[in-house]
Each structure stands twice: as C-alpha cells, then as structure tokens.
Design a binder for this molecule. Structure first.
Ligand SMILES: *[C@@H]1O[C@H](CO)[C@@H](O)[C@H](O)[C@H]1NC(C)=O
Ligand SMILES: *[C@@H]1O[C@H](CO)[C@@H](O)[C@H](O)[C@H]1NC(C)=O
Length: 358
C-alpha cells in the first residue's frame, strides 16, 4: 500500500526506536549527526564532500540543481542553455518562491516536498526548489554546514543570471527549512541586489556560527517560525517577525507517541508554512513578549493578531505567539484539505492517494 503517512510515520518510529536504543541522545549536535541512522544510506563519514566557499570559479556546481514547478509542469534549470528562462515554463505573471531544504534533503525528500506540493496545489507561484542534496547528505552534517556558503554563492550567481533574464528578484521570497534557512540568508552576501523576503522555518542551531547565521539584515523582511528553538532550531529572535509556535520549543502533538519529539517539532515547521497557503486554514498569532522564544513564558500583549506564513505583511515586526493543539495541515477527515504526511496518526478513513511528482 502506497500511503505517504505510513512512510513518515514509519520513519519517525524508526527514529524513536533508534533514539531509545542509544539511551536518549541529548546533545543536539550528536543528535543531528546521528540522524543518518534513521535515513537509509550506505555512506560513511569518509564519503563526505567539503566544498571550499571562497573560490568563485566553482560555480555553476554540478551538484546543485534548480527545479521549477509551475502551471502543472516541472523543469530543471540548465546552466548551459543561454536564454533558458525565456524558453522555460516560467510564468512571468506569477510570484517566485525559492524553497531550500535542510540536512539530508533534496528536491523530492521529506519534509520539503510537503511544502513544495502545497505551493504546487496553491497554484499562484513559480515554485523553485534549490536541490543541494548531494552536498548535504547524511551522515555528513558537518560537511553540510560547511557547504552552505558554496551553495549560497552559486545560488547568488543563478539568481543574478535569472535577474538579467527578466525575473523580478525584488519580489522573490526564499523559504528555507533548518540549514536551508541559513542558506537563504547567506545568498544575500553573494548578490548585488537586496533580498526581498526570507521565511525561515525553524532555522538550524547545531554548529551554526555567527558568520553563517541568518539575521534580519539579510533581507527587507525576515520572518521566522520557531517550533524547536534551543534544540535543532535556533533560540532567540532572528527576524523582523518571530512566530513562537506553542512556545517555540516543543510541539504538543509531537509528545504523545513513540516518536522523537525534538525532531518531530523541528520538521513540523514545514506543515505550518504549507497550511498558510490555504486561505481558510491559515492562522493568526497574537503579539507576545519581545524575548520569545528564549525569554520567560510569554504573556500575551494587547495588539493586532498577525497572519502567520505566506501572508505575513512585509511591514510587520515583533514577536507573535500561537497555541495549537493539533498537527497543522493534517486533514481532519478523508477528503479534507491538507497533507496526510503532516499527520501523526492516520485520519479517520484514509484519503484517496494523491501523488504529485515522485
Ligand atoms: C546499501 O548497500 C546494499 C548492499 O550493497 C544494497 O542492497 C542497498 O540497496 C544499499 N542501500 C542504499 C540506500 O543505497
Ligand atoms: C495561495 O496562497 C495565498 C497565500 O496564503 C492565498 O492568498 C491564495 O488565495 C492561495 N491560492 C489558492 C488558490 O489557494
């Protein structure tokens, strides 16, 4: 039976079993490195690829791909084809979104493909996926962190080429999960234009130094969703707007069950963003204490609630808190909108299998 939730649920179960057998790993760096135990790979640490980041000539990098999804079609960017954009499926009438996965990711890997599919389903965007999977493979977390700058440099070149070809980069949004969020920030160091907007989905914490860390100077608007702050995710404020989901540290629906609650909380940031692409599902957060999520338990302040995710206004600022008991973007019933890969248990009756790419 090809049921997506079974796959992710199985993955999470395998992770939990592994965590238990290793006597509950508590160091998040080790934990991140151990992630490879939960992902099927035959690689060893000797296979890790370390790219230098200060060599301009290394772009384009054959290990970095850009995949475009728009109007029901898919196309991979070709560096060799001049005037690629004009001949491509790119739709100049649509806003451009660049999605960047984290460690052990790729164009068609969980969890970023949940978000990709949500954008495809929404249909209002040119959805680009930056696939740097070959430079961030398990078990090479250290290499992945090291390679972020090389990926950002080459992506800066790529965006500059597209800009010259007519893509309005001044309206482009970079959405990054985990290490991908820092890559969005680093791209700003390699382009001559100002980055428009970055949406950071629980930006990664392990081994992230100030040199590579996302900060609010990296784009005109930096919006951060915190779901596992202090463990896999950065603690403290990182953007113009910080959303502290259920306190920003651990998600309640990740705690009931035989799964790794930290990793689950870190991953489910994706589902909040996906949810914000469905008008009747998108959520509002309440203004709350400035130091959220690293500060004391936030007391709600009086103020205007803020739309979280895709529709957060570019002029917004401050910390916003939201409390949410159920996993986001999980269809409540068969046939409801959402993605069953965002559920922690199967819906009441399984929805019809839907497949996009892969
Ligand atoms: C790992 O190696 C084994 C034996 O060579 C092979 O059967 C398996 O498919 C490989 N797994 C992956 C994920 O590449
Ligand atoms: C796509 O998402 C945006 C942002 O939430 C929303 O305004 C728009 O209505 C959505 N489109 C569809 C067809 O759901």
């Amino acid at each position: 039976m090809d049921c997506a939730w079974v796959r992710i649920f199985g993955l999470l179960l395998a992770m939990a079993a592994k965590a238990k057998s290793q006597n509950a790993i508590i160091d998040p760096i080790k934990d991140a490195l151990f992630l490879h135990n939960f992902i099927q790979t035959n690689n060893t640490l000797q296979d890790c690829v370390f790219r230098p980041y200060n060599v301009k000539e290394m772009c384009p990098d054959p290990d970095i791909r850009y995949v475009l999804y728009t109007n029901g079609e898919k196309q991979v960017y070709s560096h060799t084809q001049t005037d690629w954009l004009r001949q491509s499926i790119w739709d100049p009438l649509k806003e451009d979104m660049l999605l960047v996965h984290g460690y052990a990711g790729g164009d068609d890997t969980l969890p970023i493909n949940v978000l990709r599919d949500a954008y495809i389903r929404n249909g209002s965007y040119n959805t680009w996926v930056l696939d740097w999977g070959a430079l961030g493979e398990a078990p090479c977390y250290r290499a992945a962190v090291n390679n972020m700058r090389a990926v950002a440099r080459c992506t800066g070149d790529f965006l500059t080429i597209l800009r010259t070809a007519g893509l309005p980069t001044e309206k482009l949004t970079c959405v990054g999960h985990s290490l991908g969020a820092h890559i969005c920030g680093l791209i700003s160091k390699y382009v001559l234009f100002r980055m428009h907007r970055i949406v950071a989905l629980d930006p990664a914490r392990p081994l992230i130094t100030n040199q590579v860390k996302l900060n609010s100077g990296d784009a005109a608007a930096v919006h951060v969703l915190h779901t596992n702050a202090g463990h896999y995710g950065e603690g403290g404020r990182g953007g113009h707007v910080d959303f502290c989901i259920n306190g920003g540290r651990i998600q309640p629906y990740c705690e009931n069950g035989d799964i790794d609650a930290q990793l689950c909380s870190h991953i489910w940031a994706i589902c909040y963003m996906a949810e914000s692409l469905v008008p009747h599902l998108q959520k509002k957060a309440e203004p709350c204490a400035r130091r959220c999520p690293s500060g004391p338990r936030p007391g709600n302040r009086v103020g205007i609630p803020m739309m979280m995710g895709q529709s957060t206004p570019l002029t917004a600022a401050g910390s916003y808190c939201i409390h949410d008991k159920e996993p986001p973007y999980c269809p409540k019933k068969a046939g409801h909108i959402g993605d069953s890969r965002c559920c922690l248990k199967p819906p009441e009756s399984p929805p019809p299998a839907r497949r996009f790419w892969g």
